[in-house]
Design a binder for this molecule. Sequence first.
Ligand code: APR
Length: 242
Amino acid sequence: MLFSHIAILTGAGISAESGIPVFRSEDGLWEQHKVEDVATYEGFMRDKTLVHNFYNKMRRELKERKPNAGHIAITHLQEEMAKRGGSVTIITQNIDNLHEQAQSHDVIHMHGELNSVLCEHCGKRFPYFEDTSVESVCPHCKQKALRPDIVWFGEIPYHLDEIEQALFKCDLFIAVGTSGVVYPAAGFVGLCRKMHKPCLEFNLEPSAVNSSFTRGYYGKAGTTLPQFVEYLLQKDSLPDKL
Ligand code: APR
């Protein structure tokens, strides 16, 4: 195979076709809510109930969402690469569980997960599928100190060591459905290019860091990703366009 280890960074765009709104678009989430109110620690300290309810709504809605052809194509690539002795690591900025629902593995959630909570008192993170509130009790330390397990603006993303290892190890880097404005994720392409690795972008339109990519495939990821995966697996080369 031309490539042995592939690292795929995913953003909100890969889940858009599953009915989960992206953050930055005309009707995106950040047009409807103030980032500083619902995605910063300061916002949480100002109004915990508002923040709990914001993520409660998203968590409830996630129960209705299913993976789309883009998620499934990544799972297929992962299975086929494994048969050939290779690997695919998924680094996601998404807090949904659609990669897992699509039966993908090696999924690194760098911005946390909707189906997880963090206890501010004992520091434990654990799966949680119900609504949370200021009254929710941590099963470990019995304190009322639960917060959504989401990496907010100004906080340090999770698993950065693991991510760095995946980026060093990969011989192909792919970014799907991310606008390229939120760091450190937006900087991964620059790091991979410095290591002379081919870098591909799948997006509706060129992202903010588009000039760093070797090649871009533009259109809905639910259409372009399955076409790309078939091409790569059959021809063992990169398509010029899709
Ligand atoms: N297929 C491919 N790309 C798409 C699709 C689609 N069907 N629909 C939308 N996109 C693209 C958009 O054009 C945009 O470039 O996905 C991108 C989504 O960008 P953002 O909304 O900015 O999402 P993301 O890049 O994941 O945001 C990064 O910002 O608010 C924080 O923590 C939040 O993880 C998030 C981070």
